[in-house]
Design a protein around this ligand. Structure first.
Ligand SMILES: Cc1cc2nc3c(=O)[nH]c(=O)nc-3n(C[C@H](O)[C@H](O)[C@H](O)COP(=O)(O)OP(=O)(O)OC[C@H]3O[C@@H](n4cnc5c(N)ncnc54)[C@H](O)[C@@H]3O)c2cc1C
Length: 383
């Protein structure tokens, strides 16, 4: 049993850290957040460092890394910006979903472009009337000769407005059967005529952004359907596991950064003639924060181990996602308390963590839905 990444993975994390330190300076992160500007320079850094390639087999131009490499990199990016991880992660997990479910022709056409940065990927499942209940989606795709014609509306599609984005979009292809047998997956360029994107004004995660998508008679060639028609639900479920693994690793990295920021502040800030970290009230808060982050990380690594070893990871991964997201929120809340008034002003990064953390118990499956999954795995029937 081991509780650490391999020497190669630690080296990989060192190079990710170095690259991010050079490009994603605190001023750069603050500016992209403030202006809602996509961090193209950082994304190029991911590409140049081979972090996209790492996730794919050599047969498609990749470097043949494994899930633990992806987890280690996600944790490292999360330390710098949970928002930026959204840009990296959506490209990788949607690409891997294509690798597992796409045709040979689709893999050869899209994966090398993803690896060399010519395209990015995002995912659009959620709709105004279909959030946790994703099967209730109403966007339709109808066959018309050698094309599909899509109509409807999606919401909260992270990063889909970035340049050269290909959206993995789920739509109903058969309304007469159970949703599990009537949804299909399409690859849609974000510049396709009939498609309109609107960036939502959000509390946090403002740089990668999340978008509303309107589809008005969007025509895509038949070869943009992934895998088999009406098999989309299965593809969605298999992709969600990887998404949750990535986000959970990111929460752990981000929560550790919160502890580091708060600890540094507590050792430097002097009140009543002593560093505030020497007040037991503050020291115990920090001790609890570090303990919880460490516990979240252990659960995350156990889930990663189960996924890597092809075990049934549903329960552990849901517990890890639940606990790590709630830990990030709690840490950012306490971190702000430790920093007093300075935690509340935009010049310091704690407020960004506070805002970004708040999305984590909602996106990629809410905390309530994770608890439902865990309870079901325990033999209960929550309604
Ligand atoms: C920042 C951000 C990024 C996102 N990125 C993407 C993306 O890239 N692609 C994408 O497709 N979607 C994305 N989402 C959407 C996200 O997956 C949904 O917001 C989430 O699934 C919840 O759906 P909803 O917001 O409609 O809330 P609802 O489903 O309406 O839920 C509202 C409340 O009711 C609770 N609830 C609902 N059903 C149950 C139940 N059965 N039992 C107990 N409680 C329940 C929920 O937990 C929640 O507290 C993103 C969301 C955010 C905030």
């Amino acid at each position: 049993m081991t509780f650490e990444y391999t020497a190669e993975q630690r080296l990989l994390c060192d190079s990710v850290r170095k690259m991010l330190k050079e490009i994603a300076t605190p001023e750069y992160i603050r500016a992209t957040d403030r202006e809602g500007r996509y961090p193209y320079e950082v994304y190029d850094g991911f590409v140049k460092l081979g972090l996209i390639a790492m996730a794919f087999p050599e047969a498609y131009g990749g470097l043949g890394g494994d899930l633990m490499d992806f987890v280690a990199v996600s944790e490292e990016i999360g330390k710098v910006s949970y928002d930026y991880l959204g840009g990296y992660g959506t490209s990788v997990f949607n690409g891997i979903n294509l690798l597992h479910n796409g045709s040979e022709e689709q893999k050869r056409r899209f994966i090398p472009k993803l690896i060399n940065g010519e395209i990015r990927m995002s995912i659009a499942m959620t709709e105004p009337g279909a959030g946790s209940d994703a099967g209730a989606m109403r966007t339709t795709a109808k066959r018309d000769g050698d094309h599909w014609v899509l109509n409807g509306q999606k919401v909260f599609s992270t990063g889909s407005g970035a340049r050269d984005n290909v959206i993995s979009l789920y739509a109903k292809t058969d309304n007469d059967v159970n949703y599990k047998k009537g949804i299909s997956l399409f690859l849609i360029d974000n510049t396709t005529p009939g498609l309109e994107l609107r960036k939502l004004d959000t509390l946090g995660r403002r740089s990668i952004g999340t978008y509303e998508i309107f589809l008005d008679n969007v025509r895509v060639p038949a070869d943009r359907l992934v895998g088999e028609v009406n098999q989309g639900w299965k593809y969605m479920m298999s992709g969600l596991q990887l998404e949750r693994m990535m986000t959970t690793a990111g929460y752990c990295g981000a929560a550790q950064s919160v502890v580091d920021l708060a600890l540094k502040y507590a050792t430097e800030r002097v009140q009543f003639g002593q560093p505030i970290g020497d007040f037991q009230a503050i020291a115990h808060m920090l001790a609890d924060m570090q303990t919880e982050v460490e516990a979240a990380r252990m659960l995350m690594l156990k889930a990663a181990w189960e996924v890597s070893n092809k075990r049934d990871a549903l329960k552990t991964l849901s517990m890890a996602k639940l606990f790590a997201s709630e830990t990030y929120i709690k840490a950012a809340n306490n971190g702000m308390q430790i920093m007093g008034g300075y935690g509340y002003i935009m010049e310091y990064d704690m407020q960004r963590h506070f805002r970004e953390a708040r999305s984590t118990t909602i996106a990629a499956g809410t905390s309530q839905m994770q608890r439902n999954i865990i309870a079901r795995q325990m033999g209960l029937k929550p309604r």
